[in-house]
Ligand binder design. Structure first.
Ligand SMILES: [Zn+2]
Length: 430
């Protein structure tokens, strides 16, 4: 909990390490983790052998590029072939305290005693002793219920294991126990507020809720504004991935990106080559836990796409920040060296009311990728209107996706089929 002689803002010393200290810390922890996993987990040994790499060649974060990425589908296959843990267990099985299940199924062994770092994300969101908090994540199978519950306790807060559903019981509990904190998805909090209002409550007057901690779902800026301004609820987001057993990045009070959790080595890489990318470049989030005593995952590919920024944060935390999740690796294709993500493109088109549908087509001409935005309009438009729209669209697309479209074609309404992909790769490589 708060560090002696430091502002109450920080949970531990790791959050305020200097860049030099962090680099040394990562390299040292990573070396230990790699040596341990190689010695005890047969699956890890096999990964190294296939890559022709020895553990003493992995001594820095950069060295990780030598190793392949293990994805969820690999984990499922490996656990099927070598049950139950796929050869990733680094301790005798009786040392495993808990096992969680995620869809697949993937079995995730966890030894939780002594782990407190999850609490960092709640601490940064302002949870303290005196808070009474409902945790609305499920307590069955997945780690969210019990791990977030314990993290709240580590912050000193009173935790109520509500689980999912039971909307009216949740509302009554929030009211009767003067609940001050919410843990769950943004959409479920909105459901609770709306239902409470239908039941005749005035939410701001009759409830004591003042902070909310979200994960598992995007928080649209408009919804965040509603929570913060209309209902006076402070909001904070965390990025968590169940297979890695944890919360990987979290927002501070600046709400401008999520600080990377120092208990993991988190890389942003080109999903095709596995090479690390620089600040601002969109790539896949790849995770190596460096404090997990039983589970030897090395370079787990989350499939989530993001980028990171290195600018210092006014909050005082020194870790780099993730800029948010922009999509899934399968939804993105590389055009002239830049990833174009369907979801990001969608954001661009949503800003134009007159557009009914769009599709992005990528072709190849004279050794160069060409990107065409195909647009269906809701109503007929004059050539003049189309020219103006094309110009606006072109500018906005470059702002958001950081790449210039080669053409914008207005096509007849109904040309794009009912079930369609937002981005079509029509390139041939001959
Ligand atoms: Zn910060």
């Amino acid at each position: 909990m708060a560090i002696k002689g430091k502002p109450d803002e920080f949970f531990d010393e790791l959050e305020i390490m200097s860049a030099d200290t962090r680099e040394k810390y990562f390299n040292q922890r990573l070396s230990q983790t790699i040596d341990h996993a190689y010695r005890h987990a047969p699956a890890v040994r096999e990964i190294f052998e296939e890559a022709g790499v020895s553990p003493d060649q992995i001594r820095s974060v950069k060295d990780l590029e030598r190793l392949p990425i293990t994805r969820k589908t690999d984990l499922i296959d490996l656990q099927k072939a070598n049950p139950p843990y796929g050869g990733f267990l680094t301790t005798p099985p009786e040392e495993v305290e808990r096992v969680f299940l995620s869809p697949g199924p993937v079995y995730e062994p966890i030894q939780h005693s002594g782990i407190r770092w999850f609490a960092k994300s709640f601490w940064a969101a302002g949870f303290r002793k005196g808070d009474v908090v409902i945790n609305t994540f499920t307590y069955h199978l997945s780690p969210a219920g019990i791990l977030f519950h314990e993290a709240l306790r580590d912050c000193g807060a009173t935790a109520i294991p509500m689980g999912t559903g039971n909307t009216e019981i949740q509302i009554q509990t929030m009211h009767d126990l003067k609940v001050t904190g919410y843990v769950g998805t943004p959409s479920f909090l909105m459901t609770l507020i709306k239902r409470a209002e239908e039941m005749g409550y005035n939410f701001r007057r009759d409830f004591a809720l003042k902070r909310a901690w979200f994960t598992g779902e995007m928080l649209p800026p408009s919804l965040r504004k509603t929570f913060e301004e209309d209902y006076q609820i402070a909001t904070a987001q965390t990025y968590a991935v169940t297979e890695t057993g944890g919360a990987l990045a979290y927002e501070c009070r600046e709400k401008s990106g999520m600080h990377l959790m120092d208990e993991y080595v988190i890389e942003i890489v080109d999903p095709e080559t596995g090479k690390q990318l620089g600040p601002g470049e969109i790539g896949e989030i790849v995770v190596t836990p460096i404090h997990n005593k039983v589970w030897g995952l090395v370079r787990f590919g989350t499939g989530d796409l993001s980028s990171y920024i290195t600018e210092p944060c006014p909050c005082g935390r020194t870790a780099n920040r993730l800029t948010g999740i922009v999509g899934r690796a399968g939804d993105a294709i590389k055009v002239r060296g830049m990833f174009v993500v369907a979801k990001q493109a969608e954001q661009v088109f949503l800003g134009f009311e007159e557009i009914a549908k769009f599709q992005i087509s990528v072709t190849r001409r004279e050794q160069r990728d060409e990107m065409t935005l195909k647009v269906e309009l809701k109503h007929e438009a004059t050539e003049e209107d189309k020219r103006r729209l094309a110009k606006d669209l072109d500018g906005k697309f470059q702002d958001v996706c950081r790449i210039k479209p080669d053409r914008i074609d207005f096509i007849k309404k109904g040309t794009i089929p009912e079930q369609y992909q937002k981005i079509v790769d029509e390139r041939t490589w001959e």
